[in-house]
Ligand binder design. Structure first.
Ligand code: G6P
Ligand code: MG
Length: 209
């Protein structure tokens, strides 16, 4: 492994909670009679809760007050957290646990860098709170991806220079955040096309020379 430090995004990289985000936003959009599909959902990957809502409301037939927006964002989070109750170790994406174990065995430092304010709940539910050298999440930052703040914080927590870090992402906004932070990037799914290292699965990380 060429990098001594790897920073992982959470939703859609370590765990399938990206699907739960989609389901919760879909429910909100349906209730509000706003068109919403998986293509629009892809634009929300890595983006904060409020910024995601703003994107969804672009297709609404009317304007929403700040109060209404805050209520909708809170409702989405309630729906999302309802689905998190069912989250189990098995929801960790294929190859994740083996890859993390293997990186650690090689002495690579591993961290989480996620815009989600639910990060600690999710990691606790998966029994993975202690699987990382550091965790940086949405509760600690002012600017979410594509701003590099959360990745820079993760790098700082593991004592690594950004140029020695590899970011692993499923979001184009996350790849941009990594690059803006001076990091190299590995991308899965739609993020593969803009990453330094396109991956089909997380296990391929181990082959980055
Ligand atoms: C991650 C997800 C986004 C989500 C954001 C905020 O970056 O990829 O889809 O909107 O976190 O999540 P939260 O759990 O705080 O609403
Ligand atoms: Mg993600």
């Amino acid at each position: 492994m060429k990098y001594q430090n790897v920073i992982f995004d959470l939703d859609g990289v370590l765990v399938s909670t990206d699907e739960y985000h989609y389901q919760a936003w879909k429910r909100i959009a349906d209730e509000e009679h706003i068109p919403f599909d998986r293509e629009t959902n892809n634009k929300l990957r890595g983006i904060s809760r409020m910024a995601s809502l703003e994107i969804i409301l672009q297709k609404a037939g009317r304007t929403y007050s700040q109060e209404e927006k805050e209520a909708l964002a809170a409702k989405k989070n309630t729906y999302y957290r309802e689905s998190l109750k069912n989250l189990q170790a098995e929801d960790t994406l294929p190859g994740v646990r083996e890859t993390l174990a293997s990186l650690r065995k090689q002495g690579v430092k591993i961290a989480v860098g996620s815009s989600s304010r639910n990060t600690m709940t999710i990691l606790a539910q998966l029994g993975m709170t202690d699987a990382f050298d550091a965790i940086a999440d949405g509760t600690e930052i002012t600017h979410s991806k594509p701003d590099p703040e959360v990745f820079l914080l993760a790098a700082e927590k593991i004592g690594a220079a950004p140029s020695d870090c590899l970011v692993v992402e499923d979001a184009k906004a996350g790849i941009e955040a990594g690059h803006r932070g001076g990091m190299k990037t590995a991308g899965i799914g739609e993020a593969a096309s803009v990453a330094d290292y396109p991956l089909h699965g997380i296990g391929e990380l181990l082959q980055i020379a």
